[in-house]
Ligand binder design. Structure first.
Ligand code: GAP
Length: 456
């Protein structure tokens, strides 16, 4: 189990206190497993997504971007196998009316019966569970004002299928040949019954998926390539290496489409859990959609005269899970001058706000110079101005949202146009000339970084 002070309750409470992430529809009492992201949550999540796009299309020439529709033709899900097979086995309790996943009734999953005494479902004296039934996780809706034959459609449970449907179109305009990839980020929806752990498992969530199309004989080599590349990516976000691992699926865990899958797992406060799945999907999806649509979904190599259905390697990540891992990995508590502090030791490049500009007092020209400094920085990095409350309280506020640097304007600043730069982690204070501040902070932002929690 985890060795630091972080717990899921502390993360939930910090996120709520600072408006990072909080329950959706709160004025109506909330809605199961559904959360809203506030200002700092949006900025943090955007940094995760930007880092993913950078790794997929900024740093490489062999991947193109796509944004496909959430509602696709209903036959998509017939072909993909989701209509028949994307199910969880569920049991109902006739006594308490709760619904549980039949495969999560063991001690390992620690799902509890809502009645007292707190026991695993089925183990209380009054528990009365039904037989397991298969329950499809796709949300259904209808096109048009009336429900009639053929009007039923589904909210996508993964973004991947939109990529397969567009394979031929993209191949036509992207001027790429295998190996090449199509990447997309977007919302997916699953009618999850299992009570989630905060944003770990939600009904709607953002996925970052990339389908990498390769010649069949090269599939295993590319599978290994993506395992390594994806682990590296999480480490580059600043997540501690000893809190990340790769776990290969056992044969009986594999999805219907996969011949090999490994999960990147993170040691959350709830234990090792999946951050991302990397699957060798073979030619399952293109073959299925070719059969169901009648379109040829293959690649013809004009040079060699070879025609084949590419195999697919798929790294599929969740934005929420990566965001939660960053929060858990960064959360720390320490003491400053005898006072307790909560701090997010985020990689500066991931931090929602890079620099806060704080006039020491709200007079003597300090706010004016602080605004000037803020304007100097705002086009270069996410900046915040704060003049409310004591300087100590303002530092604490920035520490809690993970701001790596606070720039303080004091009486000396008005005399010699220098400011102090306070470092969130070392607490060092550097005196820097205003004119040199942008270059100073940009260099700090670009510098190699490793979690200060590693040193403990
Ligand atoms: N296209 C393959 C696919 O969707 P998956 O393992 O079911 O594979 C990929 O999902 C990633 O999406 C997961 O590793 C996780 O990060 C995220 N994810 C899946 N279901 C989720 C949920 N209910 N809530 C939050 N994230 C979820």
């Amino acid at each position: 189990m985890p060795d630091d002070v972080v717990t899921m309750d502390k993360i939930v409470s910090l996120c709520k206190r600072r408006g990072i992430i909080f329950p959706a529809s709160e004025i109506y009492g909330g809605i199961a497993n559904t959360y809203d992201y506030g200002h700092y949550g949006v900025l943090l999540k955007r940094n995760v997504v930007d880092a993913w796009w950078q790794a997929m299309i900024g740093d490489r020439d062999d991947i193109v971007a796509l944004d496909s529709a959430i509602i696709q033709h209903p036959r998509t899900w017939e072909a993909s196998g989701h209509l028949a097979g994307f199910t969880d086995p569920l049991v109902d309790c006739r006594t308490c009316g709760q619904r549980f996943r039949a495969d999560h009734l063991d001690a390992e999953h620690d799902v509890r019966c809502p009645r007292k005494p707190s026991v695993l479902p089925g183990q209380g004296p009054d528990c009365n569970l039904t037989e397991a039934r298969e329950f499809n996780l796709m949300f259904e809706t209808t096109i048009g004002p009336v429900q009639e034959a053929g009007s039923t459609v589904y909210l996508r449970p993964e973004t991947a299928q939109g990529i397969f449907l567009d394979f031929k179109t993209v191949l036509g305009f992207a001027r790429r040949k295998p190996p090449f990839g199509i990447a997309q980020v977007g919302k997916s929806f699953r009618n999850e019954i299992t009570p989630g752990n905060f944003i770990f498992r939600t009904l709607e969530f953002e996925q970052m998926e990339m389908e990498y199309f390769v010649p069949p004989d090269d599939a295993h080599r590319w599978y290994l390539h993506w395992l390594e590349a994806r682990m590296d990516w999480y480490e580059r976000l600043g997540i501690r290496g000893d809190h990340l691992r790769l776990r290969a699926h056992e044969q009986d865990e594999l999805s219907h489409y996969s011949s090999a899958t490994s999960d990147v797992e993170y040691l959350y406060p709830i234990g090792w859990q999946e951050l991302e799945g990397i699957a060798n999907r073979g030619n399952f999806d293109l073959t299925q959609h070719a059969q169901h649509s009648g379109e040829k979904l293959e690649y013809f190599d004009q040079q060699s005269g070879e025609r084949y259905v590419p195999h697919v390697i798929e790294p599929a990540a969740g934005v929420g899970r990566a965001t939660l891992a960053l929060l858990c990995d960064a959360y720390d508590e320490d003491q400053i001058g005898g006072e307790a502090r909560t701090v997010l030791k985020l990689h500066p490049q991931m931090a929602p706000v890079k620099v806060a500009v704080l006039p020491l007092v709200r007079k003597d020209g300090q706010p004016e110079l602080a605004h000037e400094v803020r304007n100097l920085l705002r086009r270069r990095m996410q900046t915040e101005y704060d003049e409310g409350g004591s300087i100590g309280r303002r530092y604490r506020r920035q520490d809690e949202i993970g701001t790596p640097w606070c720039v303080t304007i004091d009486h000396q600043s008005l005399e010699d146009r220098t400011v102090t730069v306070r470092d969130r982690d070392s607490l060092s204070q550097d005196r820097v000339a205003v004119d040199e501040l942008p270059a100073f902070l940009e260099a700090r932002l670009a510098a190699p970084w490793e979690s200060p929690k590693l040193a403990v």
